[in-house]
Ligand binder design. Structure first.
Ligand SMILES: [Fe+2]
Length: 279
């Protein structure tokens, strides 16, 4: 049976059926899947039966898996595959669900991952959807004044929950505007495979935009998130058993939802694929 691919929503998302990634796929099928992933920013591949090693092999169709930095979540027998679970606890014993506000993965790295893939291992009976927003469509729809403001901005990304620590304000006030406190990426990047301009924003990790005060940065981040996550740019995925989902971190931001019964296990495998420096 040949793979069938259809769009899930406008402007983001495609769904592939009729393909079994637990076995090698032919070159034409691999090309069609890769094209859908780049063109649609998000690809859902239905009805897969994958253990961790097979999931890892399947993602190699799209790129090179890399080790994830929070090692405690990596599977001991297959360490390039990590788990995302609703049973994770903080040191204080509280449930710790990651990724519940809009973000793109690992933007604090000099070469952030081009893609992230998830495979549904266990799902709650209802809820637990994931949202993606298309940052290319959001860029195209920016009002002129906002586009003029963001086109040449550079953002400092850092791995910290604290977006605007006072020390940064002090440093900016003192005229220090280097990037020693993080990694600098352009706010507007050009996709290396399809040439599309996208807003490369990570509200969780952007500390500031170079040359702007912390207050102005916070306002701008808020305005951009509000604009980019309007319903017309967003696809909400309702997970089904057997779903493998892969998305393009260069083209979209995402978030998890916690609207389900936490007594039910929600467990996904996650793999990230190597990317290059945003331009
Ligand atoms: Fe994420």
């Amino acid at each position: 049976m040949a793979v069938s691919i259809r769009n899930l929503s406008e402007p983001i998302g495609a769904e592939a059926t009729g393909v079994d990634l637990s076995r090698p796929v032919d070159a034409e099928t691999a090309d069609r899947l890769r094209r859908a992933f780049v063109d649609r920013a998000l690809l859902v591949i239905r009805d897969q039966t994958l253990d961790a090693p097979r999931f890892l092999a399947a993602t190699r169709l799209f790129g090179a898996p890399v080790r994830q930095h929070l090692e405690k979540f990596n599977l001991p027998d297959c360490p390039d595959v990590a788990t995302i679970s609703n049973q994770e606890k903080t040191k204080e014993g509280k449930i710790n669900v990651r990724g519940v506000s809009w973000h793109t993965d690992h933007s604090f790295q000099p070469e952030p991952p081009k893609a992230t893939a998830l495979f549904a291992v266990a799902l709650p009976s209802t809820g637990g959807d994931t949202d993606w927003a298309h940052m290319g469509a959001a860029y195209d729809a920016l009002p002129d004044d906002l586009r003029a403001k963001v086109d040449r901005l550079e953002a400092v990304h850092a791995y910290t929950e604290s977006r605007m620590p006072p020390s940064v304000a002090e440093r900016i006030a003192a005229g220090e505007d280097d990037a020693s406190d993080g990694v600098v990426h352009p706010l507007i990047r050009t996709h290396p495979e399809n040439g599309r301009r996208t807003i490369y924003l990570n509200p969780l990790r952007v500390r500031r935009f170079r040359g702007m005060t912390p207050e102005t940065c916070a306002d701008l981040i808020e305005r951009l998130v509000e604009h980019s996550t309007r319903p017309e740019f967003v696809y909400t995925h309702r997970w089904r058993p057997g779903d493998m989902v892969i998305w393009d971190n260069r083209s979209c931001i995402h978030k998890a939802n916690t609207d389900y019964d936490f007594k039910e296990l929600r467990l996904l495998y996650r793999i990230i694929l190597a990317g290059d420096r945003p331009h």
